[in-house]
Ligand binder design. Structure first.
Ligand code: GDP
Ligand code: MG
Length: 789
């Protein structure tokens, strides 16, 4: 009997909770635990939801959810219990305990697997001492059921038709899927042919999506052993969160172990069991979330996985559409589905069925690459992706190729970017000069030319560089190369207590820390997410690039590309050291292994690349027109007031900003920075580009040239012991670049860390550790560098 069948006032003892993992966890947290008494209080007018009393408080459940909780009605139990009041039944008598225990020892198991994987063989061997065998006819397909015992447990085992997938294409597939959703077996026994893992695990990925409680029978284990291939199925089990048991269905080897594992799984005693998500790529994941949000606002039963349905809908699955239609007759959800499908297909240039299938095979391919070692050399690779992977993920070649790619990326960013930069620079100069002549001298001219053009113009010239950088990153993401990079980095990442998957947000950090910090959501556990978040800002984001290009280009013109590449590398090196330090202090716990998807390579569509670039370029422009514009005006005003008569330099030194600058000077003097650089660093916490725009505004008193880079080259100390010397000496410039690389992330990144970590604590830790580290590194570099300069 199930909970929904109780009438008002009826009491029962919970004997079993069915349904997928997350649902089970949720209702158990509400207090629905095996052996606990529960009483039906009342139901809503349409019998949905129903209110129950459990553990002395009331909770309401939906009808469909209550139907998944099995109870033993109290009036069927020992008579002495019947007379007692509900409260007293908390102390369950020995007789009830026995009955409940007995009930709890009935396990329903469904055999699911590809045709010829050995399901029926296992079924026959397991149910050898069968008490009952029956044939049940499905729509067009059959399933067979048997009951048998092992130890103290009573199994009811169902042999389902063989399927390769759970799409609703064939009647078998539909039958199996509906069986799993309607019957809710306690454990799904996924029989996998060990000699054909790639194809067999495809079905497994869908069981994972459905959030089923699965045990895998690694059948045909004899074939695997004969081949001599090495398969670390235990590790794979840990990655998937599913226990694997090797079996030989033909002779019965391992079958007893198999059902022992089923028992452990059913009792929640399998340590490695956990629910993972297969990642379907950024765009599809975005659609999945949107659909899930919508589905969950309807009467959709929480006992089913909304994620599974969202995926199936995106896959254009007819059965899923019909199901959704049954409680969303207006078709709002399906309309959204169609919109999302069109969005994805336009963007990625392929149909969603293929994209999702590819992602599943990418998941399997990544999982096997890490755990499966073939003895024999595979005969002539035919698969294009595998061919490319033989080189790009090669033990020896993979890493140098990646480094070379990075080097090309930064060289191109700098050198190819130079040409349009020069053009925009000329345009900005021209604009400044024309405004100088067009507008009469005075505060308005100063505001426009020195404040706005000096500030915003200084940054906007780097737009081409940033677009080129984003182009490379988008290319890496869209072709699937990023996933390979994560893969080859995995071993190294483990050394610093992280997983290869953390490397993707790190690379994205080259673009912007904010989306990179958000991308840590793809990591499974909090420890990994936090640790990754804390080192992402050491990746030089694109906002730091204008600073690099400006200073490196001005001070090290011949070596600018290499200096910039060196800064990026140094950031990575520091992130490694920081991660190591954190791993050995704040984050001692071990990480749990997970699969890195290796999706097939694809040539990105022009549309996708363009959209990517445009999207990011737009954000950049918006930043120019917003925060950078405001900051520039503010800095200009702080430098413009109070007014003093005198040269431009004197004016600046006696202005508000000059006063602030001189206050911070003692702190940064040992690093070789003048007070203007100090101000730039302070304002740069709003957004790193503002370092450049601030310098642009503050060096307006250097009137030799309109080009900021040339101003940087020529500014000298006007007083003090270094009078007459260039401010941007090589050691000072290098120290400044390093400081910009390392110190406190911009406010947007800090806010993202706060949001993703859930507290300001981590954002504060972040700001403190980075700024202290920046000071130490810059101090060391400047002091040592000055000895040689
Ligand atoms: P089903 O289609 O999944 O029900 O698979 P069957 O149980 O009918 O098995 C298909 C074939 O594989 C039969 O010829 C079995 O004898 C054979 N078979 C089953 N298990 C094993 C095994 O572990 N090793 C080997 N070598 N053959 C097996
Ligand atoms: Mg069969």
């Amino acid at each position: 009997m199930t909970l929904d069948q109780l009438n008002i006032g009826d009491e029962g003892i919970i004997t079993k909770i069915r349904g997928r993992g997350s649902f089970r966890k949720r209702v158990m947290e509400m207090g629905f635990i095996k052996g606990k008494p529960v009483k039906m209080i009342k139901s809503a007018p349409l019998r949905d939801p129903i209110e129950y009393q459990i553990l002395n408080y009331n909770v309401s459940l939906r009808l469909a959810e209550a139907a998944l909780i099995e109870v033993l009605p109290v009036n069927q139990l020992a008579p002495e219990i019947k007379q007692k009041r509900f409260e007293d039944q908390l102390q369950i008598t020995e007789s009830i305990r026995k009955i409940v225990l007995e009930k709890g020892r009935e396990i329903e198991v469904a055999l699911v697997g590809n045709p010829n994987s050995g399901k029926t063989s296992i079924f026959n061997i397991a149910s050898h001492s069968r008490e009952h065998v029956g044939n049940y006819a499905g729509v067009t397909v059959d399933s067979k059921k048997a009951i048998f015992r092992q130890h103290n447990y009573k199994f009811s085992l169902t042999d389902l038709p063989g399927t390769y997938s759970l799409t609703a294409f064939s009647p078998e597939e539909l039958y199996v899927r509906q069986y799993l959703m309607k019957e809710n077996p306690d454990v799904v026994l996924n029989v996998v042919d060990a000699s054909n893992l790639e194809r067999n695990l495809y079905l497994t990925t869908q069981l994972i999506d459905m959030d089923m409680k699965v045990v895998i029978a690694l059948n045909m284990y004899d074939d695997l052993s004969k081949k001599g291939d090495h398969f670390d199925f235990e590790h794979l089990g840990k990655m998937l969160g599913i226990p694997f048991v090797p079996t030989i269905g033909r002779d019965g080897d391992g079958i007893e172990d198999l059902f022992d594992t089923v028992i452990a799984q059913c009792e929640g005693k399998e340590p490695i069991t956990r629910h993972i998500h297969i990642q379907y790529g950024k765009e599809i994941e975005r659609s999945i979330l949107r659909l899930q949000d919508r589905i969950l606002t309807t009467k959709f039963s929480h006992s089913l996985s909304s994620r599974f349905f969202a995926i199936k809908l995106i896959e254009k699955d007819e059965d899923a559409r019909n199901y959704i239609n049954s409680f969303d007759p207006k078709g709002d959800i399906l309309e959204l589905v169609d919109k999302e499908i069109i969005r994805i297909e336009n963007l990625l240039g392929d149909n969603t069925e293929t994209l999702i299938t590819d992602a599943r095979f990418g998941f399997i391919s990544g999982a096997l690459k890490e755990t499966y070692k073939q003895v024999e050399k595979p005969v002539e690779e035919t698969n294009q992706t595998h061919k490319i992977d033989r080189i790009l993920t090669n033990k020896w070649l993979g890493f140098p190729i990646f480094l070379f790619f990075l080097w090309i990326m930064f060289q191109t960013t700098f050198s190819l970017g130079q040409y349009p930069v020069a053009l925009i620079e000329a345009g900005v100069s021209w604009l400044a000069e024309s405004l100088n002549t067009l507008i009469p001298d005075g505060i308005f001219q100063d505001l426009l030319v020195d404040g706005i053009i000096g500030g915003v113009g200084g940054v906007i010239v780097f737009m081409p560089n940033i677009l080129i950088l984003f182009l490379f990153i988008s290319f890496m993401e869209d072709t699937g190369y990023m996933a390979r990079v994560a893969f080859i980095m995995d071993k190294l990442m483990h050394l610093i207590g992280l997983h290869g998957k953390s490397f993707i947000p790190m690379i994205m950090g080259f673009g912007c820390s904010v989306p990179a910090i958000m991308a840590t959501r793809t990591l499974e556990n909090r420890r990994d997410r936090l640790l990754t978040m804390l080192i992402i800002p050491l990746m030089s984001c694109s906002a730091k690039l204008p600073v690099y290009i400006l200073i490196a280009g001005a001070v090290f013109p011949a070596q600018a590309g290499n200096v910039i590449f060196g800064l990026y590398m140094f950031g990575i090196l520091l992130s490694v050291l920081v991660a190591l330090a954190l791993k050995n202090t704040l984050f001692r716990k071990q990480d749990s292994p997970f699969v890195m998807e290796l999706p097939p390579y694809r040539v990105p569509t022009g549309r996708a690349v363009f959209k990517h670039m445009w999207f990011k370029g737009q954000l950049y422009l918006r930043k120019m027109g917003g925060i950078i514009l405001i900051a520039s005006i503010l800095i200009w005003a702080l430098g413009y007031f109070p007014r003093t008569d005198g040269t431009k330099s004197e004016q600046l030194e006696n202005s508000f900003i000059g006063i602030i600058g001189q206050a911070v000077e003692p702190v940064i003097k040992p690093l070789g920075f003048d007070w203007k650089m100090g101000i730039a660093l302070i304002t740069g916490t709003v957004a790193k580009e503002i370092v450049v725009s601030t310098l642009g505004v503050l060096y307006q008193d250097n009137e030799e040239t309109d080009v900021l880079a040339e101003k940087i080259q020529t500014v000298t100390y006007s007083d003090g012991p270094r009078i007459g010397q260039k401010i941007y000496s090589s050691p000072a410039a290098l120290a400044f670049l390093l400081f910009v690389l390392i110190y406190i992330p911009c406010v947007a990144a800090l806010a993202a860390i706060k949001k993703e970590s859930g507290s300001w604590k981590w954002a504060i830790i972040m700001g403190l550790y980075t700024t202290s580290l920046a000071w130490i590194v810059s101090f060391t570099v400047f002091q040592i560098g000055s000895l040689f300069a």
